[in-house]
Design a binder for this molecule. Structure first.
Ligand SMILES: NC(=O)c1ccc[n+]([C@@H]2O[C@H](COP(=O)([O-])OP(=O)(O)OC[C@H]3O[C@@H](n4cnc5c(N)ncnc54)[C@H](OP(=O)(O)O)[C@@H]3O)[C@@H](O)[C@H]2O)c1
Length: 303
């Protein structure tokens, strides 16, 4: 697994261990190797951008899961060049991972992706056959998906998991909670628009299910929820009467980086459930997704 120490990687590792698998993780340096060992993950040195070291890191594995990302959090995401590293991971890194996996004789590749790529469909349901809307912001994701699709053939399986917006014990969620606590905006888009969200636990179970899925692209998340309800849940968890949305000026200023996060996306994860037998442990977003985090913060001072 690449990105094993990240939000998606940790969830995937926990679920894979629970399902009886052993996990090997790409370690960029000795500190991260130690971190992986503490997670019961066997570290192997290598770089996402070096095909040969990656191929030797993959030797002996049955499956490669590419979970590496480097998403800028908060306002830093609006700085020029902020997305360069993440875009490179998704476009170039995913190609090198797929090539190295082929070299190492790997038969199955699982690639993380996001469901924000779908075009706005108002109140209509979205499945994997619906059109995507590719902006500069979305392009690296689509490129990563393409490398996985090309990896797949008669003898190899490529599975793309289009995750919803992760809401859980991660830096982005904690940041939104902190903003809500300060009475600041956390919502993007229109309150009545639909949002596809996923709990980190279900990111993990989806990776396990992907080990048995056929080649293809699959949506993974809870039932879609209206953005107004998400903002209200953040406000309630933060002890505020009501939450608020960013002004349209801010969204315009954010350009393409924010635009795809405002689309109305009533995304169905039915196909993955049918094809891979996956079932969400957290099928419905609600305040309970956040109350646990607030309790953790109260106990540890985190967030
Ligand atoms: N679907 C979604 O909503 C979604 C998707 C992705 C991220 N996010 C959110 O965005 C926030 C930040 O996420 P993040 O992805 O930056 O951090 P993260 O989840 O903490 O970790 C990213 C993982 O990718 C690895 N990585 C980063 N750069 C790498 C590189 N150049 N080569 C190899 N591996 C690399 C990291 O490994 P090291 O240990 O080597 O650093 C780490 O394991 C989080 O709150 C997360 O939930 C949301």
């Amino acid at each position: 697994m690449t990105g094993a120490t990240g939000v998606m990687g940790r969830a995937a590792t926990t679920a894979l261990h629970a399902a009886g698998h052993s996990v090997t993780g790409l370690a960029r340096d000795p500190d991260r190797a130690e971190m992986l060992k503490r997670m019961q993950v066997r570290p192997v040195p290598g770089s996402l951008f070096d095909r040969e070291t990656l191929a030797s890191a993959f030797e002996g594995c049955d499956v490669v899961c590419n979970m590496a990302t480097s998403i800028p959090v908060g306002r830093s995401g609006l700085r020029p060049g902020a997305w360069k590293v993440n875009d490179r991971i998704r476009s170039e890194g995913s190609r090198i991972v797929a090539e190295a996996a082929r070299l190492a004789g790997i038969r199955r590749l699982v690639q993380e992706s996001v469901s924000f790529v779908y075009a706005d469909k108002g109140d209509g349901w979205i499945d994997e056959d619906d059109p995507i809307s590719v902006t500069n912001a979305a392009e690296p994701v689509v490129v990563a998906e393409t490398h996985t699709e090309r990896f797949a053939d008669n003898s190899r399986v490529g599975v793309v998991l289009r995750f919803g917006n992760i809401i859980g014990d991660d830096i982005m969620t904690h940041r939104r909670l902190a903003r809500a606590r300060a009475g600041q905006a956390v919502g993007l888009g229109r309150p009545e628009s639909w949002m596809h969200v996923v709990h980190p636990d279900d990111v993990g179970t989806a990776v396990v299910a992907a080990l048995g899925a056929p080649s293809g692209t699959f949506n993974v998340g809870a039932d879609p929820v209206r953005r107004g309800a998400v903002v209200a849940a953040f406000a309630a968890a933060a002890g505020q009467q009501e939450g608020s949305f960013y002004r349209s000026l801010v969204v315009r200023f954010g350009g393409e980086r924010l635009e795809w996060l405002t689309r109305s996306q009533r995304v169905s994860s039915e196909r993955f459930a049918r094809s891979a037998g996956w079932k969400a442990d957290q099928p419905e977003f609600g305040p309970h997704w956040l109350s646990q985090l607030v309790r953790v913060r109260g106990a540890t001072g985190r967030g």
